[in-house]
Each structure stands twice: as C-alpha cells, then as structure tokens.
Write a protein that binds this ligand. Structure first.
Ligand code: ATP
Ligand code: MG
Length: 438
C-alpha cells in the first residue's frame, strides 16, 4: 500500500486497541486531581510567542531551540505550546479567576510541542498532565502538590521512582548565586558551547541545564545553589521537607536540579525512574513565585508540575503493570432474514439504552462468520433470532462462557431480568476492581 504521506517524525498515534491504556492513566490522574481539590482548565494549543519568551525564558533551550513558532496569515507570531504552565497562568489572569479568591487549583491535560531529537521518551508532540496552584505561598502547598503527584504513581502501582528535591532560591538570593556561577563558568569558558557562552552574562544558571556533555561535565563541578539561598528560602525548604517526612514520603536532595524553564523559584522537584532509559524524568515541577507578575499580574506565589504521559506509559510497560482491559461486549445479536435483522437492530438499541454494550452485524456477514466475530470480541452472550423464533417472539441465548443455551422470550420481562443480572454482576466487578487497586 502506498500512502501519500506518513505521520510527522516525533509524533505518535494512539490506536483504538491501545487507547484504553491512556484512558486508564488519565482517569486516575483526573480522580486524584479531584481528591486534592483541583478543577480542570483547558487552554488553546497555540499562544502568542511572547507568552513563552517571557515565562519559559528566552535563554532556555525550550525557547532558543525547541519551539514551533510561525507567523499567521495576519502577521502575528504564534507558538504551539511547549508546556502547559504559561497558557494556564495567562488564562487565569486574563479572566480574573483570582477574583474568586485564593488558592486557585487547576489541572490540565495538554499536548505539547518541542522540536527535539526524537528518541525513546522524547518526542516532538507529547502529552502532559499538570497541576497548578495560584496564590499559595505556604510550604504546605509545595508538599501538597508533591504528594498529589506521588499519589498518582501510588495508585498506578509504579515502583522504584525516586523523588529528587532542591531549592533554587528567590529574587533575593539568586543574584548572589548568579555571581558565583558567572565567576566559575568564566574561569572555564573555553569548555562551554556557543549557546552557553551567550548565557554566561544573562542567565548563567541555564548552563547547569545544558545537554551538551562537555558543558554538563563543567556544570557538575559548579557552585551549588543550596549554599547560597537566603534564610527565608532555607526555612521554606525545611518546611517542605518536614511535611514530606510527616507524609512518610521519601526524597533525595539533588542540588543539581535547576529545571529547564526560567520561571522556577525555591522548591523544584523531579520524579525520576531508572527503568525507561536516559529520559527518566517522568514528572517535573516546582514553585514559580514570580511568573504571574512577569505576565502582568499582581505578585502571586504559585507552583505546579507537569507529568509526561508517554514516559509514564513507558514506565508502566517496563514494570509490567497490568492495565485493565476495557469492558467487552455484553450481548451480540444475530438476526437471520430481513425481519429478524430489523428485530436484532431494535434489541441492540434497547440493550444499549440501558448502558450495556451490545453489538450486531454492520459488515454484511453470514451466520458463521458473525459467530466467529462475536467470539473474537469476547461477547459474553450471543443471541440468535431465526425466522421461526421471530414468529414466536423468542430467541436463542447462548452464554459464551459456559456454552449453555436457552430459548428466551423477546419481551420486557426477559430484558429487565437480563439488565438486573448485569447490574449485579457489574457491581461485583466494580468492587473487585477497586479492591485490586488498593
Ligand atoms: P527533559 O530534561 O527530559 O528534557 P524537561 O525538563 O524539558 O525534561 P519539563 O519541561 O519539565 O521537562 O516537562 C515535564 C515533563 O514532560 C517531563 O518530566 C517529561 O516527563 C515530559 N517531557 C518533556 N519533554 C518531553 C518530550 N520531548 N517528549 C516526551 N515527554 C517529554
Ligand atoms: Mg527538555
């Protein structure tokens, strides 16, 4: 088969046989977001380029190398969102959501676009689940957000994830650290890449995040931010740690984490796995106390995280975590002859209106192939209406599990019984599913 074109490099299709994996993970994310008191926010896939330049930061890899930016027919520069935080913050500000009072707690599912080298765990279109809190200066908020992310991994049964934590200070102490970094990097500037050289003056912290191996080797010996943070930042960091201790959540202080986006202040964190190769960061986040002001709002201490859904799915696969299959077909109905086919169609609709899953032939198959197909889709019951049965308003009902067969009347009494039996068995199924997820 010769197609006129294929999907774009670095993008992935989620096919019907696989989408249940995404839905399962998304359902747990949504549920946990609700448990933590978050409501969903949805924002457009593209924004004015200026929004990302200002919030993500124009010395970051994301802005300098990775954005999909283009000029519209109207002459505006727009960018496909590379992450979810900036758009959510813009929307909250633009619509005065803060008038409802603080904190504002929002979660999102977004597709993100970054022009990166496609490889395992790194795509050009990928998806994030994120949670954001606005107007929450307390360190309890940091702990709450970290616990919320952790709760998702916990509900999914993910193992061996390490929570890495750091504080990167605030407006007060950052200049001191910048000065120390600048001195250090200037002393070894011959080993830095072009981009990092250009960052030396404006934003030396970005050099710590450079993916170039030579820069990374130099960065590994650079002064450590935790040695430079002010007393307030220290107290805040101690507060976060004590909450995590109280929640019995284990973490590791990693002074190398600075995060790839400029808006972070104070707490930054990552959940990292060793099980999915080099791209092991499944979730990254932190506090961004200056972002809302940067976008033109009032000073609003805020924080959040982004979780990469593709990387999380890779992790579930590598840890062989079973994802329940979607419900199978409850009833497959076959009609033999035009009148029985019409009857089958109405029965199928009737069953569906009770929220059970019913299927019938829409391909034009004969009896045998339909029975084979019902088997393939794992139908639990098979109903066959022949012409003579139709005349008696009856049908053959086969239980596909134990292969028993009986003649049933095609009246409301039978259907009510059938639905009741299903409601009961579905409840049992539901309870056992909840049990296995504990
Ligand atoms: P990395 O260091 O791996 O490039 P990052 O610091 O750029 O990550 P963030 O901007 O914090 O990542 O995005 C949050 C999460 O989104 C990451 O932890 C990761 O799970 C996911 N992610 C980021 N970039 C990609 C990508 N290109 N493909 C797939 N997932 C990604
Ligand atoms: Mg990146």
């Amino acid at each position: 088969m010769k197609l006129i074109t294929n999907g774009i490099k670095g993008t992935e299709d989620v096919l019907p046989s696989q989408s249940y994996r995404w839905q399962f993970v998304e359902d747990i994310m949504r549920k946990q977001a609700q448990v933590y008191g978050f409501k969903e926010i949805r924002t457009p896939v593209f924004e004015h380029t200026e929004l990302f330049n200002r919030s993500v930061g124009d010395t970051t890899d994301v802005v300098q190398k990775e954005m999909y930016t283009f000029t519209t027919k109207g002459g505006e520069s727009v960018t496909l969102r590379p992450e979810g935080t900036a758009g959510a913050a813009r929307a909250v500000l633009e619509h005065g959501v803060y008038n409802d009072g603080y904190p504002i707690k929002a979660y999102y599912f977004t597709s993100c676009y970054r022009y990166e080298k496609p490889q395992k765990g790194r795509q050009r279109e990928f998806h994030q689940f994120g949670m954001e809190v606005y107007g929450a200066p307390s360190y309890f908020a940091d702990a709450e957000v970290i616990c919320a992310a952790h709760s998702i991994f916990d509900r999914l049964g993910v193992m061996n994830l390490s929570l890495e934590l750091n504080s990167i200070g605030c407006q007060e102490c950052r200049p001191l650290y910048h000065k120390a970094l600048k001195e250090y990097f200037t002393s070894c500037q011959d080993q830095l890449c072009e981009t990092c050289l250009s960052r030396l003056d404006r934003n030396p912290m970005r050099i710590l995040d450079c993916k170039n191996p030579e820069c990374a080797a130099v960065a590994a010996k650079a002064p450590v931010v935790l040695d430079y943070i002010c007393d307030d930042c220290k107290a805040h960091f101690e507060g976060v740690k004590s909450c995590l201790d109280a929640a019995k959540l284990r973490y590791k202080i990693n002074p190398q984490i600075v995060r790839g986006l400029d808006y972070y202040t104070r707490t930054v964190f990552e959940f990292v796995s060793q099980d999915i190769g080099a791209q092991g960061t499944v979730c990254g986040g932190g506090r961004y106390d200056g972002l809302i002001e940067e976008l033109g709002g009032q000073h609003t201490p805020s924080l959040g995280f982004g979780m990469g859904i593709e990387r999380l799915l890779l992790l579930l696969e590598s840890q062989k975590i079973e994802i329940p299959h979607p419900p199978v077909c409850d009833l497959y109905v076959i009609g033999l002859g035009d009148a029985a086919k019409a009857k089958a169609f109405t029965i199928i609709e009737q069953v569906r209106s009770s929220s059970l899953i019913a299927e019938g032939d829409i391909v034009g198959r004969a009896l045998k192939p339909q029975m084979k197909y019902a088997d393939k889709i794992k139908a639990r019951f098979l109903m066959v209406i022949g012409e003579s049965e139709l005349a008696e308003n009856r049908a053959k009902l086969k239980n596909m599990e134990d292969h028993t067969e009986k003649l049933v009347p095609l009246d409301d009494g039978f259907f009510n019984e059938f639905f009741d039996a299903y409601v009961e068995s579905d409840q049992t199924k539901l309870l056992s599913q909840l049990d296995s997820m504990k």
